[in-house]
Design a protein around this ligand. Structure first.
Ligand code: NAD
Length: 236
């Protein structure tokens, strides 16, 4: 049997980071978290996993793949570390700046990486349906309504923008509305409105494990690949 994949989890103390650590602990034969990185870890080791502060990133041990669910402000150092170590990167951080996207394109020349605003299978399928609906309904209004928990920092969500890009590919001109309330994990509704009729395509995330499982799946499929920027569909 292959040795477990060595992971660095970046953003480990966050909502997504905690889901990743819990799922990795359930599958020790597939994943070993060699470093859990967050802004200010409270302890050096938690449940056998070494904890690192963001300022100690360079001291992290060797890893095969970094999984990053942090914030745009934390993104540049983890990208640089992966390039420096020739390790793969799976990033789900949303709200990246155009310069950070350009840096991803550059990094993809030397490491395998995937950046996705949503790692759930349902949203991958929804994206495809939205593009097809937009193409089939020229001239209809297209509105994307998304809802997330009150502490989410970016709006519209990265997923809403990805769905909007799919609608744009199909010829629609999407508008966005965002709701921030309570502990909603993530809901997206794409509405096409014509004269006297309305089509709604929706996805509702019940928990964060769907994103974490998708990211772990992507990590296991990405390790050892040629440098390049992969899409979730390439790794399914
Ligand atoms: P969170 O606020 O709960 O956690 C953020 C994490 O980033 C924390 O561990 C924090 O310590 C760390 N962090 C902050 N500043 C840092 C720094 N300078 N250096 C290193 N680490 C730092 O956020 P969350 O809900 O876990 O979401 C994290 C990101 O993932 C957001 O961008 C969110 O939109 C995105 N997200 C993506 C998907 C997806 O499927 N792609 C799903 C859910 C969330």
């Amino acid at each position: 049997m292959d040795a477990p994949l060595r992971l660095l989890v970046h953003g480990a103390s966050g909502r997504m980071g905690q889901a990743l650590l819990r799922l990795c602990a359930e599958e020790p034969s597939r994943f070993t978290v060699v470093a859990a990185v967050s802004r200010r870890p409270a302890q050096r080791v938690v449940d056998g996993v070494p904890q690192f502060a963001a300022s100690e990133l360079q001291g992290a041990p060797a890893f095969d793949v970094a999984i990053d669910f942090s914030l745009p402000v934390a993104f540049d150092p983890i990208l640089a570390l992966c390039v420096g170590r020739k390790a793969a990167l799976v990033s789900g951080t949303t709200g990246l700046e155009p310069t950070q996207r350009a840096a991803l394109d550059e990094a993809a020349r030397s490491i395998p990486l995937i950046q996705a605003s949503n790692f759930s299978l349902g949203v991958a399928v929804l994206s495809d349906l939205v593009e097809r609906a937009a193409r089939a309904l020229p001239g209809w209004d297209c509105d994307i309504v998304e809802a997330h928990h009150a502490r989410k920092v970016d709006a519209p969500s990265g997923t809403a923008l990805t769905l909007g890009a799919a609608a744009g590919q199909g010829g629609a001109e999407p508008r966005y509305a965002s709701l921030r309330a309570g502990d909603i994990v993530g809901e997206h509704m794409v509405q096409f409105t014509g004269a006297g009729e309305r089509l709604e395509l929706a996805h509702r995330a019940g928990n964060r494990d769907i994103f974490a499982r998708g990211a772990l799946h992507a990590a296991s499929r990405l390790a050892g690949r040629d440098p390049g920027q992969y899409r979730l569909a390439d790794l399914l």
